[in-house]
Design a protein around this ligand. Structure first.
Ligand code: GDP
Length: 400
């Protein structure tokens, strides 16, 4: 019995020691050993912060308080940031400034012609080569034959021989072929009753229609006019976004409809908006799908009819891609049958050596070229001027 008691006491003592030991160990773990602090307990070295105090305890706004200028203010007002608008390049003299863009045509046409015409003997073969040069530049058979025959006569009658004598003759004949006294003015001025001018932009997809609408908006803004854009090409999903981006850059509002919606109703709304906002001009981008000629004609005809509930359309511009040459002209006929086209915009003249297409297009369609596209830049659309164009094709005298 005494032994049993001693055993129990022994067990109790061992357990007590164990419990006390455990508690002591835990207590030691709970308290991290205090580490020497750099800058306070020793000179800071690599990897230590350089200044005291560091690791400052986080201070809340209750401790720090609000800055004086916010005390008592119910709301915080931020000055609105005005969107930065582009300032488009002036339109006057754009063609002369962009003449270098016609260098491909200049090399083929201008240099080619002068090289031939400055030969010692201007025989039949040389004149044939002159004709070929003009045909290669897409001037078209009728215009070429006419130009060459007039030039031959003048060279013979005037006894012209040198390049510097030939230059003015060739320039005159080229300007005559392009058409110097054709009315190329764009009807974009508002009507006396305040109604905006309405411009329809039509053409095959990919010719540069939407781009031209955007560039034209810039031309008008550069000339001090206000513009609303109508995104009536509701079939190409990206067209409305593309147009709006152009408009936003110059502060022109873009009226859009639902995707695949009715183009005529978008066009109508755009003119309505233009009237309400009392802008100078409304430019309407249309769809140019050619898969069914009747479908296209019906649609374009409808757009025009619906828009004309507001009053007559002032300008219908047909956009043609100069790089497609004579094929483009054939396609263009469909549009001239659908709507009465009043002017041509010839795009991508920077990408072709066939500058003569200007002459061919006008002759074949009987419609003046009013604007030309000379690049992808926002201000690479120029009012068409026959003299400046002829000069650009013939190149500088000094360079010959
Ligand atoms: P849309 O389908 O007729 O509306 O054609 P877009 O306006 O979308 O233009 C098609 C492409 O032609 C785009 O890549 C334009 O940047 C380009 N483009 C338009 N005009 C010109 C131009 O005058 N010169 C060049 N090099 N490219 C142009």
């Amino acid at each position: 019995m005494l032994e049993l008691l001693a055993l129990l006491v022994g067990i109790l003592v061992v357990s007590l020691v164990a419990v006390v030991g455990l508690v002591t160990t835990r207590g030691q773990r709970a308290l991290p050993p205090s580490r020497p602090r750099p800058g306070l307990d020793y000179r800071p070295g690599t990897g230590d912060d350089a200044e005291v105090p560091r690791d400052t305890p986080t201070r809340t706004v209750d401790v720090v308080g609000l800055p004086d200028d916010l005390l008592g203010a119910d709301t915080v007002s931020v000055d609105p940031v005005e969107p930065q608008l582009d300032v488009p390049a002036p339109t006057a003299g754009r063609l002369s400034r962009l003449r270098a863009r016609l260098s491909r045509s200049q090399t083929t046409l201008g240099r080619g012609l002068f090289a031939l015409l400055s030969r010692d003997v201007l025989d039949e073969d040389t004149w044939e080569e002159v004709e070929d040069t003009l045909l290669t530049a897409d001037m078209g058979v009728a215009a070429t034959t006419e130009l060459v025959s007039r030039l031959r006569t003048r060279v013979r009658v005037d006894g012209v021989r040198t390049t510097s004598e030939l230059r003015p003759l060739l320039r005159e004949e080229l300007v005559a072929a392009i058409g110097a006294d054709v009315d190329r003015s764009l009807h974009t001025a508002p009507h006396p009753d305040g109604r905006p001018a309405v411009v329809l932009v039509v053409g095959v997809n990919g010719t540069g229609k939407t781009t031209t609408c955007g560039k034209l908006a810039r031309v008008l803004v550069a000339d001090g006019r206000s513009v609303v854009l109508g995104a009536a090409d509701t079939f190409r999903a990206a067209a409305a976004d593309q147009l709006q981006t152009w408009g936003d850059r110059v502060g022109a509002e873009t009226v859009r409809g639902p995707e695949a919606g009715d183009p005529a109703s978008v066009a109508f709304d755009a003119v309505q908006r233009g009237r309400a906002a009392r802008v100078d001009a409304v430019l309407i981008d249309t769809a140019g799908r050619l898969h069914t000629k009747t479908g296209l004609m019906d649609e374009l005809g409808k757009v025009k009819r619906v828009v004309e509930k507001h009053g007559p359309v002032d300008e219908t511009l047909l956009v043609l891609d100069a790089t497609t040459g004579q094929n483009g002209v054939v396609q263009a006929r469909v549009f001239t049958q659908a709507v009465e086209v009043t002017g041509i915009v010839l795009t991508k003249l920077d990408g072709t050596a066939k500058g003569g297409i200007v002459v061919a297009v006008q002759r074949e369609l009987g419609i003046p070229v009013k604007l030309i596209g000379l690049g992808e830049g926002p201000d690479d659309l120029a009012p068409f001027e026959p003299e400046a164009f002829a000069d650009a094709l013939l190149g500088d005298e000094a360079a010959l």
